[in-house]
Design a protein around this ligand. Sequence first.
Ligand code: 13P
Length: 339
Amino acid sequence: MKSQALRETATTLFADNKGLLAMDESTPTCNKRFASLGIPQTVEARRAYRELIVTTQGLGNCIGGAILYDETIRQHKKDGTPFVKVLIEAGIIPGIKVDMGAKELAGHPGEKVTEGLDGLRDRLAEYSRMGARFAKWRAVIAIGDGLPSWGCIEANAHALARYAALCQEAGLVPIVEPEILMDGDHTLERCSEVTDEVLRTVFSELFAQRVMLEGMILKPNMVLPGAACTKQATVEEVADATLSCFLRAVPAAVPAIAFLSGGQSPELASARLNAMNARFKSRLPWALAFSFARAIQQPAMELWKGQEENVSVAQQALYHRAHCNQAARRGEYNAGMER
Ligand code: 13P
């Protein structure tokens, strides 16, 4: 019964070329983004911003699931309606970030391991009672001189697998997110090499922990040159590098791959996802989708600026990005959509 429900949730999230909206910024991350735009860093400002997102008209046509944060899943609209209820009525499945953040990995300078396994079983049960049907855990891997180390890859992959098994036990679909950061001057080839090694390790750990691949989602980085690399790649080169890596490393039983945006501009993230689907869709075993935070939200947050009178124009910008990414899933996005 549980495995059937997990499969169904994993598939429903991505039906009709929809994708996920990550709105699970932790309080410090959300405050940092607000601060850079001069928005007050208060509970009420964060609540108002999340109300703007969840009440965007028609969002459920392009977004199948929204990832919430502990603060957000407990919040309400000004009129008292819980956000979870608003999302469900809009046809958007609520999910929840359950990791406790990436912390310094002992003995590994410059590397991090994501924490949050202690007490996770109880927290998952609570979130499930609150209406969450899927969860997210993000591991971060840095590329640098001698990095990543095997110890860092292994520790993060193991934690992801332990988390994923606990989610499935609780009836929640785990989003497994091993993010290789764009920071640095590494090449596209180096990112491909590291992504390949990380994915193979993650799937080996998922197998060891008996995670049912049909009832999980992979949320990876695209294969990209580092942001400071002097040789940047074309959209087509990114699509080809990403898919040749994923076709080797991601088992066909996984229902969907939903990319993070990782600091790419919203337009580039859409264009790259589009190129992947346009060039490869007919021969991919998994849906190729999106689970963007910044690449969907950033333009809306910049327009909103914390002002009530900007809510409507910000919602239009949010919807526009969601709509562009839905088109990219079909391979039908083009720059003309941005005008
Ligand atoms: P970005 O799309 O901004 O990378 O965020 C995705 C996410 O959920 C990070 O965990």
